[in-house]
Design a protein around this ligand. Structure first.
Ligand code: 0WD
Length: 256
């Protein structure tokens, strides 16, 4: 039940070695899984291929998939179906908002900025789940990444917090739809981690420092720690768990 030998997982959202998606990739690889990587555009193809080449004995596959296009998402999963047939799960590690919407007052968010953040960060989970579910012929797991800013107001997180609230609800409705097909859908609420995307959030260093001072574990979390929880959620160990948000955040979310 611990091994992912003979199982295939799609990992969406590796931008570089700091990406949370990469932490998930290394955890699943260590458990014996076969990996399929998708990247948003050709700019990320080489970095993703180079990273995957560092995984010993991994025979990974690579596909371009811009999640803002339903056609691109469908084409990607059609191609994966043709190339490998069955998949056992998917990690959705994708989000985007305009930098100007990640500081100042939320009330100033433009309609375009609001829609863009929701399109890439929340709707994409619907599009991807719809396309991936038919490939999970032996059942499977879908994991997405969320953040505390969707549950409460976190300074500067603004429109991304509202998009994460939508993502959390999206995850639950999908869990209800896909459960009958043996597909479980869950989210990991990660504590702040320094990544490319995190750079866009205003005063991110202050957010990290606050965790080190106040979180029960008095430290921030790592990509690997998020990766190991994704491994749990994508393995049989969590077979009774769906529609759940697990906080991997040094306990910060329990604080008032
Ligand atoms: O503190 C953090 N870093 C946290 C991140 C705390 C809690 C949650 N998260 C979430 C993020 O919101 C996101 O959903 O984790 C997920 C992964 O984020 P990350 O690992 O922090 O960020 P990063 O390494 O930048 O990967 C995000 C990737 C993009 O990278 P770029 O360089 O383009 O920003 O999301 C992908 C892309 O690879 N992405 C897309 N993929 C397909 N189609 C698209 C798109 N249109 N747009 C962005």
């Amino acid at each position: 039940n611990f091994s992912l030998e003979g199982r295939t997982y799609v990992i969406m959202g590796v931008a570089n070695k700091r990406s949370i998606a990469w932490g998930i990739a290394t955890s699943l690889h260590a458990a014996g899984a076969r990996l399929i990587f998708t990247y948003a555009n050709e700019r990320f193809e080489k970095p993703v291929r180079d990273l995957a080449a560092t995984l010993d004995g991994q025979d990974a596959l690579f596909y371009q998939c811009d999640v803002t296009s339903d056609e691109a998402v469908q084409t990607t999963f059609d191609q994966i179906k043709e190339d490998v047939g069955t998949i056992h799960g998917l990690a959705h590690c994708i989000a985007f908002a305009q930098k100007e919407d990640l500081k100042g007052d939320f009330v100033d968010t433009s309609r375009d900025g609001y829609l863009l953040a929701h399109n890439i960060s929340a709707y994409s989970l619907v599009a991807v789940s719809r396309a991936a579910q038919p490939l999970m012929t032996e059942g499977g797991g879908i994991v997405t990444l969320t953040y505390l800013g969707g549950e409460r107001v976190v300074k500067n997180y603004n429109v991304m917090g509202v998009a994460k609230a939508s993502l959390d609800a999206t995850m639950k409705y999908l869990a209800n739809d896909l459960g009958q097909h043996g597909v479980r859908v869950n989210a990991i609420s990660a504590g702040p981690i320094r990544t490319l995307s995190a750079k866009g959030v205003g005063d991110f260093n202050a957010i990290l420092k606050n965790i080190e001072e106040k979180a029960p574990l008095r430290r921030t979390v790592t990509q690997e720690e998020v990766g190991d929880t994704a491994y749990y959620l994508l393995s049989n160990l969590s077979r009774g768990v769906t529609g759940e948000i697990i906080h991997v955040d040094s306990g910060y979310s329990i604080l008032g």
